[in-house]
Design a protein around this ligand. Structure first.
Ligand code: NAD
Length: 375
């Protein structure tokens, strides 16, 4: 079977789905690989490195798509790109299918079997395929560095002959994969770190990294599903706002990572709260693509409002394209080798990882969660 890797076309994207090393291992397992010219250049993998690994290089997008038995991508293909595929071809990429009903429809019409990397179950067995984690981890690290770059202060305590510099204060909303990496990175740089999350079990994880946990006292049991937080009530959010208000006002950097699966991101920092912040403070809104945790962040823009720099970069992993592509390539190839061998896909429809990640198959929308959200 032929694996095809096109060049990503989404704005600000620098990643590529396969790296030359992973191409080599897939060829060894009996697959053939075709890579679009220039696909790896932004990740520092020139065409020559793929050629040396044994892949062929296609000079046009149309060729990559039309020859694909299995198309491996980072972001979802566009509707026009899906039309270039053979009927019955297989696509594996991030899809966030519940956000793109029109594309799901096109995939169904074209009889494409589409697996979504963001839907791979977060179970131990699938950890090597967990691209959400590999990318969020890098994003959390980069968020701290970006914030630090925009701050006219250093992070660590510094005692000098000219006086003592107190450490920077970093406040983090959300202690998932990105948030915990942000805690670790900010601590390593010497900041004082505070964190809030709706899932009580994150307290221990935050504290083990040296962060201080701001706990919302509430009788409301926060529901989780597959480890993900479900939406909390307006009353809970109000209590959280009251708890964190003075910490927001006191912070040098606020990093927000709070997401609720299948929903718009909760607004955790209102414009009024931004007004209370110190001049020169920085907010990095990692949830900006899902609507934002800060009411006045702007998608893919860095703006200064009320004296506060608000960074709305939607794709932080792409700032670390080399590592991000390396890890993504390992995630996606592990999923591929779980689902298939060189002779074809196994189609074990009740197997947990297949069932969790397969969105469309034989013209049907087969994914339970996506069906539930889109119906
Ligand atoms: P996510 O990106 O979906 O959300 C980020 C964080 O935001 C979560 O911790 C969530 O609880 C938090 N959040 C939601 N609403 C909030 C609010 N109002 N205020 C503050 N925080 C809020 O999370 P993720 O990083 O993808 O992790 C999701 C879950 O998956 C976690 O439980 C994680 O431990 C688990 N996980 C499991 C595995 C595995 O077992 N293989 C791997 C990775 C992650």
């Amino acid at each position: 079977m032929k694996i095809a890797v096109p060049k990503e076309t989404k704005p600000y994207e620098k990643r590529v789905a396969l790296t030359p090393d992973i191409v080599k291992s897939l060829l060894k397992a009996g697959w053939t690989c075709i890579i679009e010219e220039g696909a790896g250049v932004s990740s520092n993998y020139p065409d020559e490195t793929y050629r040396q690994a044994g892949a062929s290089i296609a000079s046009s997008k149309a060729q990559v798509y039309s020859e694909a038995d299995v198309l491996l991508k980072v972001n979802a293909p566009s509707a026009e790109e899906v039309q270039l595929l053979k009927p019955g071809a297989i696509v594996i990429s991030f899809l966030y299918a519940y956000t793109i009903p029109e594309l799901v429809h096109v995939l169904q019409e074209k009889q494409i079997s589409a697996f979504s990397m963001d839907a791979v179950p977060r179970i131990s067995r699938a950890q090597k395929m967990d691209a959400l984690s590999s990318q969020a981890n890098l994003g959390g690290y980069k968020a701290v560095l970006l914030g630090a770059n925009h701050l006219a202060k250093i992070f660590p305590l510094m005692m000098t002959a000219a006086g003592t510099i107190t450490p920077a204060k970093v406040l983090i909303f959300g202690a998932g994969v990105a948030g915990l990496q942000a805690v670790a990175t900010a601590k390593r740089l010497g900041a004082v770190v505070e964190v809030t999350d709706v899932r009580p079990e994150t307290k221990e994880q935050v504290e083990s990294l040296g962060g201080r946990f701001l706990e919302v006292k509430s009788d409301e049991g926060v529901k989780t599903e597959g480890g993900y937080a479900r939406e909390v009530s307006a009353e809970y959010l109000q209590k959280q706002k009251e708890l964190v208000a003075k910490h927001v006002a006191d912070a040098d950097i606020v990093i927000t990572t709070a997401l609720v699966m299948g929903k718009k991101a909760p607004i955790l920092i209102t414009e009024d709260m931004v007004k209370t912040m110190k001049p020169g403070a920085v907010i990095v809104d990692m949830a900006v693509e899902s609507g934002g945790n800060c009411a006045i962040s702007e998608l893919n823009n860095t703006v200064v409002k009320h004296g506060v720099t608000i960074i709305g970069e939607s794709n932080l992993p792409a700032h670390l394209a080399m590592n991000a592509s390396d890890l993504y390539a390992r995630n996606i190839s592990t999923l591929l080798l779980h689902l298939a061998n060189k002779d074809g896909f196994k189609w074990e429809m009740e197997e947990e990882i297949t069932k969790g990640s397969l969105i469309t198959h034989k013209g049907e929308l087969v994914h339970g969660f996506t069906k539930e959200i889109l119906s």
